[in-house]
Design a protein around this ligand. Structure first.
Ligand code: GLY
Length: 392
């Protein structure tokens, strides 16, 4: 008999994993009041292994690079099975500096890219403007990031919902009241807010920043994730607004700012990083700051229509790495903590969830990011060897 899995949370990680599992013949349910409308919807859609790399995060950078490698086949598969255009654009990015201190930040990142084995192309101010003519003449210079791409994350969400529907994934638009365990300690499913039971042999927590607060989950099987707020703007083109030829990552007087283009000429401007718990209020100061930085990079930003200001909650773990694996509670797995890299790491995570549930080895780059590393669980997690016996 086909096994059943319930995904608690239908963002890109839950949807892509659901698609994969249903394609393998499993009975799959995605439980989410509004699938795809959380952080996945607010994101800018960058697939950027290098643009946000940090010297201190070697394993995460390795994972980002591995994750980017999964994108071309994943995108092709999604487009082929749905016939939908997901705006996957391999035009690369450019990172630019505004003042001399910003130039040092860009140089430092370039040295990391060099250490990682990438050929670094330094660009003069005029070379930056040759690549992106709408850049300000005040830019000091930058580097090219030819391997940092983007996708239209909203089209991605819609295509994933379509691909899930095509392979008979059930969508339950409700909240989980609590995960249910049987007398043997193994997962039986999840009770919904409505009181109904969704029966499942395996439950995977894919609710992003909310994964640490799912009812019924013992503290030792609960991931330590917190929300990191990102305020994001969406600007629509007008007849006078410039073309933004590729993703621009700017360091603007010490502040990071990115401008990500869409096929229809609109742009996404982001993002703040704020620790405000689960609050989702758009602040006037954040909108002002983002617009100010964006127009320092591209003066023609003034001509766009301000179409949307929104807030996404990035799921962050204590070490900024994702948490993907069994939790030690039999039949309960987790895939969260993707922080700034949710879109980038969607294909590799979906593959890892598929490996986990079918008993195949996970991709090497994800091995350091299981639930049993120090700090990943809210309580004292069980040991890896216990889990080898009880996994699913
Ligand atoms: N990766 C973009 C962000 O988190 O703002």
């Amino acid at each position: 008999m086909a096994r059943k899995v319930a995904f608690v949370g239908g963002g890109v990680i839950g949807l892509a994993s659901a698609w994969r599992m249903a394609s393998r013949g499993w009975g799959v349910t995605v439980i989410d009041p509004t699938p795809g409308r959380g952080a996945s919807w607010v994101a800018a859609g960058m697939i950027a292994p290098l643009g946000e790399a940090e010297h201190s995060e070697t394993a995460i950078t390795r994972l980002r690079i591995a994750g980017a490698g999964w994108w071309p086949d994943f995108a092709a598969d999604l487009v082929r099975t749905t016939g939908m255009d997901i705006g996957y654009s391999m035009t690369g990015s450019i990172m630019v500096a505004v003042d001399s201190s910003d130039q040092l930040v860009v140089e430092d990142l370039a040295s990391l890219h060099h250490d990682l084995g990438y050929a670094v192309k330094h660009l003069s101010a005029s070379a930056c403007r040759a690549l992106v003519p709408s850049l300000s003449p005040g830019i000091r210079g930058g580097v090219e990031l030819p391997d940092d791409h983007h996708v239209d994350n909203r089209r991605l969400v819609e295509a994933l919902i379509e691909s899930c529907t095509n392979v008979s994934v059930s969508f339950v638009r409700d909240r989980v009241a609590r995960v249910v365990f049987g007398h043997d300690g193994a997962v039986r499913g999840a009770f919904l807010g409505s009181g109904e039971l969704v029966d499942a042999d395996v439950v995977v927590m894919t609710a992003g920043a909310e994964c640490g607060a799912i009812g019924g989950v013992p503290v030792e099987a609960s991931p330590d994730v917190r929300p990191v707020m990102g305020q994001v703007l969406r600007l629509r083109p007008t007849p006078g607004s410039p073309d933004v030829a590729r993703t621009i990552r700017g360091v603007v007087h010490g502040r990071p700012c990115y401008i990500v283009p869409r096929a229809d000429g609109s742009v996404v401007v982001g993002a703040t990083s704020e620790e405000r718990g689960f609050e989702t209020t758009v602040r006037a100061g954040a909108v002002h700051g983002l617009l100010d930085d964006a127009r320092t990079l591209v003066p023609g930003i003034d001509e766009f229509e301000l179409a949307e200001c929104s807030v996404g909650l990035r799921p962050a773990s204590p070490d900024n790495g994702p948490i993907v694996g069994w939790t030690g509670a039999p039949g309960l797995a987790v895939a969260t903590g993707h922080y700034r890299n949710g879109i980038l790491l969607t294909p590799i995570t979906a593959h890892a969830v598929e490996c986990l549930l079918t008993g195949d080895p996970l991709p090497d780059a994800l091995l350091p990011f299981d639930f049993f590393r120090p700090g990943a669980a809210r309580g004292r997690a069980r040991s890896r060897s216990d889990v080898a016996r009880t996994g699913a």
